[in-house]
Design a protein around this ligand. Structure first.
Ligand code: CTP
Ligand code: MG
Length: 245
Protein backbone atom coordinates (compact mmCIF):
# COMPACT_ATOMS: atom_id res chain seq x y z
CA UNK A 1 0.00 0.00 0.00
CA UNK A 2 1.31 3.41 -0.91
CA UNK A 3 1.74 6.17 1.58
CA UNK A 4 -0.95 8.86 1.29
CA UNK A 5 1.10 11.40 3.23
CA UNK A 6 3.93 11.17 0.68
CA UNK A 7 1.42 11.47 -2.17
CA UNK A 8 0.19 14.79 -0.79
CA UNK A 9 3.60 16.36 -1.14
CA UNK A 10 4.45 15.17 -4.65
CA UNK A 11 5.67 17.91 -6.93
CA UNK A 12 3.00 17.83 -9.61
CA UNK A 13 2.84 18.90 -13.24
CA UNK A 14 -0.07 19.10 -15.63
CA UNK A 15 0.93 17.99 -19.12
CA UNK A 16 -1.63 19.29 -21.61
CA UNK A 17 -1.42 17.84 -25.13
CA UNK A 18 -2.51 20.28 -27.81
CA UNK A 19 -0.55 19.08 -30.84
CA UNK A 20 -3.41 17.58 -32.85
CA UNK A 21 -4.83 18.98 -36.06
CA UNK A 22 -8.49 18.59 -35.12
CA UNK A 23 -9.39 16.98 -38.46
CA UNK A 24 -12.78 15.67 -37.33
CA UNK A 25 -13.88 19.05 -35.98
CA UNK A 26 -13.26 20.54 -39.43
CA UNK A 27 -12.66 24.08 -38.15
CA UNK A 28 -10.51 26.66 -39.96
CA UNK A 29 -7.80 26.16 -37.33
CA UNK A 30 -6.93 23.32 -34.93
CA UNK A 31 -9.88 22.95 -32.55
CA UNK A 32 -7.84 23.71 -29.41
CA UNK A 33 -7.43 27.29 -30.70
CA UNK A 34 -11.12 27.83 -31.55
CA UNK A 35 -12.76 30.29 -29.15
CA UNK A 36 -15.64 29.31 -26.92
CA UNK A 37 -17.17 32.04 -24.73
CA UNK A 38 -14.40 34.42 -25.77
CA UNK A 39 -11.46 32.12 -24.99
CA UNK A 40 -9.62 29.44 -26.97
CA UNK A 41 -10.40 25.89 -25.84
CA UNK A 42 -6.76 25.48 -24.82
CA UNK A 43 -6.99 28.40 -22.41
CA UNK A 44 -10.14 26.95 -20.84
CA UNK A 45 -8.30 23.64 -20.46
CA UNK A 46 -5.31 25.24 -18.74
CA UNK A 47 -7.09 27.47 -16.24
CA UNK A 48 -8.20 24.82 -13.71
CA UNK A 49 -4.57 23.68 -13.39
CA UNK A 50 -3.18 27.23 -13.16
CA UNK A 51 -5.56 27.94 -10.26
CA UNK A 52 -4.98 24.69 -8.38
CA UNK A 53 -2.70 24.84 -5.32
CA UNK A 54 -1.46 21.26 -5.76
CA UNK A 55 -0.34 21.78 -9.38
CA UNK A 56 3.17 23.23 -9.45
CA UNK A 57 3.65 23.61 -13.18
CA UNK A 58 1.72 23.38 -16.42
CA UNK A 59 3.49 22.16 -19.56
CA UNK A 60 1.78 22.39 -22.94
CA UNK A 61 2.69 20.29 -25.99
CA UNK A 62 1.93 22.01 -29.31
CA UNK A 63 2.11 21.05 -32.95
CA UNK A 64 5.12 22.08 -34.97
CA UNK A 65 4.28 25.43 -36.56
CA UNK A 66 1.57 26.22 -33.95
CA UNK A 67 3.85 28.22 -31.66
CA UNK A 68 2.27 31.54 -32.66
CA UNK A 69 -1.26 30.24 -32.06
CA UNK A 70 -0.07 28.96 -28.67
CA UNK A 71 1.46 32.34 -27.78
CA UNK A 72 -1.77 34.18 -28.64
CA UNK A 73 -4.03 31.69 -26.83
CA UNK A 74 -1.98 31.81 -23.62
CA UNK A 75 -1.13 35.51 -23.52
CA UNK A 76 -0.61 36.68 -19.93
CA UNK A 77 -0.37 33.17 -18.46
CA UNK A 78 2.85 32.15 -16.74
CA UNK A 79 3.88 29.09 -18.73
CA UNK A 80 7.15 27.49 -19.81
CA UNK A 81 7.95 27.35 -23.53
CA UNK A 82 5.87 24.68 -25.23
CA UNK A 83 7.24 21.27 -26.14
CA UNK A 84 6.76 20.23 -29.77
CA UNK A 85 4.49 17.22 -30.21
CA UNK A 86 4.57 14.33 -32.65
CA UNK A 87 2.42 12.62 -35.27
CA UNK A 88 0.24 10.81 -32.72
CA UNK A 89 -1.15 11.70 -29.32
CA UNK A 90 1.04 8.99 -27.84
CA UNK A 91 4.16 10.58 -29.37
CA UNK A 92 3.10 14.03 -28.16
CA UNK A 93 2.72 12.74 -24.60
CA UNK A 94 6.11 11.01 -24.77
CA UNK A 95 7.78 14.22 -25.98
CA UNK A 96 6.18 16.08 -23.09
CA UNK A 97 7.19 13.50 -20.48
CA UNK A 98 10.76 13.44 -21.77
CA UNK A 99 10.97 17.24 -21.55
CA UNK A 100 9.65 17.21 -17.97
CA UNK A 101 12.19 14.53 -17.04
CA UNK A 102 15.07 16.79 -18.11
CA UNK A 103 14.20 19.40 -15.49
CA UNK A 104 16.44 17.78 -12.88
CA UNK A 105 15.65 19.07 -9.40
CA UNK A 106 12.49 20.74 -10.71
CA UNK A 107 11.22 17.65 -12.49
CA UNK A 108 7.74 16.68 -11.31
CA UNK A 109 7.11 13.51 -9.30
CA UNK A 110 3.48 13.24 -10.39
CA UNK A 111 1.89 14.19 -13.68
CA UNK A 112 -1.68 14.84 -14.79
CA UNK A 113 -1.88 14.17 -18.54
CA UNK A 114 -4.77 16.05 -20.13
CA UNK A 115 -6.34 16.71 -23.55
CA UNK A 116 -6.52 20.37 -24.56
CA UNK A 117 -9.80 19.40 -26.24
CA UNK A 118 -11.50 18.96 -22.83
CA UNK A 119 -12.11 22.55 -21.74
CA UNK A 120 -14.23 22.13 -18.60
CA UNK A 121 -12.33 20.34 -15.86
CA UNK A 122 -13.90 20.41 -12.38
CA UNK A 123 -11.32 21.23 -9.68
CA UNK A 124 -12.57 18.40 -7.45
CA UNK A 125 -11.51 15.89 -10.09
CA UNK A 126 -7.89 17.08 -9.84
CA UNK A 127 -7.97 16.40 -6.09
CA UNK A 128 -9.63 13.01 -6.52
CA UNK A 129 -7.09 11.96 -9.16
CA UNK A 130 -4.11 12.93 -7.04
CA UNK A 131 -5.65 10.96 -4.18
CA UNK A 132 -5.66 7.79 -6.32
CA UNK A 133 -1.84 7.86 -6.25
CA UNK A 134 -2.10 6.95 -2.57
CA UNK A 135 -3.72 3.61 -3.39
CA UNK A 136 -2.94 2.79 -7.03
CA UNK A 137 -0.35 3.47 -9.72
CA UNK A 138 -2.62 5.84 -11.57
CA UNK A 139 -6.10 7.26 -11.83
CA UNK A 140 -8.49 8.51 -14.45
CA UNK A 141 -12.00 9.95 -14.57
CA UNK A 142 -14.47 7.67 -16.34
CA UNK A 143 -18.18 7.52 -16.98
CA UNK A 144 -20.56 4.58 -17.00
CA UNK A 145 -21.79 3.90 -20.51
CA UNK A 146 -25.46 4.15 -21.43
CA UNK A 147 -25.36 2.18 -24.67
CA UNK A 148 -24.69 -1.52 -24.97
CA UNK A 149 -21.16 -1.75 -26.38
CA UNK A 150 -20.30 -4.36 -29.02
CA UNK A 151 -16.95 -5.59 -30.12
CA UNK A 152 -17.04 -6.29 -33.87
CA UNK A 153 -14.69 -7.84 -36.41
CA UNK A 154 -13.50 -6.14 -39.61
CA UNK A 155 -16.81 -7.07 -41.32
CA UNK A 156 -18.91 -5.52 -38.58
CA UNK A 157 -19.93 -8.90 -37.23
CA UNK A 158 -20.37 -8.85 -33.47
CA UNK A 159 -17.71 -10.80 -31.67
CA UNK A 160 -18.58 -9.97 -28.10
CA UNK A 161 -20.96 -7.99 -25.92
CA UNK A 162 -19.11 -7.18 -22.70
CA UNK A 163 -21.38 -6.72 -19.66
CA UNK A 164 -22.29 -3.04 -19.58
CA UNK A 165 -21.92 -2.70 -15.83
CA UNK A 166 -18.20 -3.35 -16.14
CA UNK A 167 -17.63 -0.80 -18.93
CA UNK A 168 -16.44 2.77 -18.53
CA UNK A 169 -15.73 5.59 -20.99
CA UNK A 170 -12.30 7.02 -20.19
CA UNK A 171 -11.68 10.74 -19.87
CA UNK A 172 -8.66 12.86 -18.95
CA UNK A 173 -6.75 14.10 -16.97
CA UNK A 174 -5.00 10.86 -16.06
CA UNK A 175 -2.70 10.90 -13.04
CA UNK A 176 0.51 8.93 -12.65
CA UNK A 177 3.86 9.02 -10.94
CA UNK A 178 6.22 10.61 -13.38
CA UNK A 179 8.93 7.95 -13.40
CA UNK A 180 6.47 5.09 -13.82
CA UNK A 181 4.49 6.58 -16.69
CA UNK A 182 7.62 7.73 -18.50
CA UNK A 183 9.14 4.26 -18.41
CA UNK A 184 5.80 2.72 -19.43
CA UNK A 185 5.69 5.06 -22.44
CA UNK A 186 9.32 4.38 -23.33
CA UNK A 187 8.60 0.64 -23.21
CA UNK A 188 5.87 0.86 -25.89
CA UNK A 189 7.41 3.63 -27.98
CA UNK A 190 8.90 1.26 -30.53
CA UNK A 191 5.80 -0.93 -30.95
CA UNK A 192 3.60 -0.72 -34.01
CA UNK A 193 0.51 -0.44 -31.80
CA UNK A 194 -1.11 2.90 -31.07
CA UNK A 195 -2.32 3.46 -27.55
CA UNK A 196 -5.28 5.84 -27.40
CA UNK A 197 -4.83 6.92 -23.79
CA UNK A 198 -2.11 6.88 -21.17
CA UNK A 199 -3.99 4.48 -18.90
CA UNK A 200 -3.71 1.88 -21.66
CA UNK A 201 0.06 2.45 -21.75
CA UNK A 202 0.14 2.05 -17.97
CA UNK A 203 -1.95 -1.13 -18.09
CA UNK A 204 0.45 -2.56 -20.64
CA UNK A 205 3.26 -2.01 -18.11
CA UNK A 206 1.25 -3.88 -15.48
CA UNK A 207 0.37 -0.76 -13.51
CA UNK A 208 -2.82 -0.68 -11.46
CA UNK A 209 -4.96 2.25 -12.61
CA UNK A 210 -8.10 3.29 -10.79
CA UNK A 211 -11.18 4.74 -12.47
CA UNK A 212 -12.90 7.46 -10.45
CA UNK A 213 -16.21 9.15 -11.22
CA UNK A 214 -15.82 11.32 -14.32
CA UNK A 215 -18.01 14.24 -15.31
CA UNK A 216 -20.27 15.02 -18.26
CA UNK A 217 -18.64 18.45 -18.47
CA UNK A 218 -15.29 16.74 -19.16
CA UNK A 219 -16.51 15.74 -22.62
CA UNK A 220 -13.93 16.03 -25.39
CA UNK A 221 -14.59 18.37 -28.29
CA UNK A 222 -14.26 16.10 -31.31
CA UNK A 223 -16.82 17.06 -33.98
CA UNK A 224 -18.13 20.44 -35.16
CA UNK A 225 -21.42 20.04 -33.26
CA UNK A 226 -19.51 19.66 -29.97
CA UNK A 227 -18.74 23.39 -30.12
CA UNK A 228 -22.42 24.17 -29.70
CA UNK A 229 -22.45 21.98 -26.59
CA UNK A 230 -19.29 23.75 -25.37
CA UNK A 231 -20.86 27.20 -25.75
CA UNK A 232 -23.92 26.07 -23.79
CA UNK A 233 -21.74 24.47 -21.09
CA UNK A 234 -19.61 27.63 -20.78
CA UNK A 235 -22.77 29.70 -20.31
CA UNK A 236 -24.16 27.25 -17.76
CA UNK A 237 -20.91 27.18 -15.78
CA UNK A 238 -20.73 30.99 -15.82
CA UNK A 239 -24.32 31.08 -14.54
CA UNK A 240 -23.55 28.56 -11.79
CA UNK A 241 -20.52 30.62 -10.72
CA UNK A 242 -22.71 33.74 -10.45
CA UNK A 243 -25.27 32.03 -8.23
CA UNK A 244 -22.46 30.64 -6.04
CA UNK A 245 -21.31 34.12 -5.04
N1 CTP B 1 -3.03 15.40 -29.77
C1 CTP B 1 -1.67 15.69 -29.74
N2 CTP B 1 -0.83 15.25 -30.71
C2 CTP B 1 -1.31 14.52 -31.75
C3 CTP B 1 -2.69 14.20 -31.80
C4 CTP B 1 -3.53 14.64 -30.78
O1 CTP B 1 -1.22 16.38 -28.80
N3 CTP B 1 -0.48 14.13 -32.71
C5 CTP B 1 -3.92 15.94 -28.74
C6 CTP B 1 -5.02 16.82 -29.33
O2 CTP B 1 -4.55 18.15 -29.54
C7 CTP B 1 -6.11 16.71 -28.31
C8 CTP B 1 -5.89 15.33 -27.66
O3 CTP B 1 -4.60 14.89 -28.09
O4 CTP B 1 -6.03 17.70 -27.29
C9 CTP B 1 -6.97 14.33 -28.03
O5 CTP B 1 -6.88 14.03 -29.41
P1 CTP B 1 -8.06 14.21 -30.47
O6 CTP B 1 -9.32 14.57 -29.82
O7 CTP B 1 -8.02 13.03 -31.39
O8 CTP B 1 -7.58 15.54 -31.25
P2 CTP B 1 -7.04 15.66 -32.75
O9 CTP B 1 -6.11 14.53 -33.02
O10 CTP B 1 -6.52 17.04 -32.89
O11 CTP B 1 -8.38 15.53 -33.58
P3 CTP B 1 -8.64 14.56 -34.85
O12 CTP B 1 -8.31 13.16 -34.38
O13 CTP B 1 -10.07 14.76 -35.18
O14 CTP B 1 -7.69 15.05 -35.93
MG1 MG C 1 -6.80 12.50 -33.01
Amino acid sequence: MRNTVAQETLRTAALVVAAGSGARAGAHLPKQYVEVAGKPLLRHALEPFMRHARVDMVQVVVGSGQEELFAQATQGLELPAPVIGGATRQQSVLNGLRALATLGERAPEAVLIHDAARPFLPTAIIDALLATLGEADGGLPALEVVDTIKRVDEHGIIVETPPRASLRAAQTPQAFRMREILSAHEAVAGLQVEFSDDAQVAEHAGMKVKAIMGAAQLRKITHAEDFRWAAEMAAKLAGDADTDT
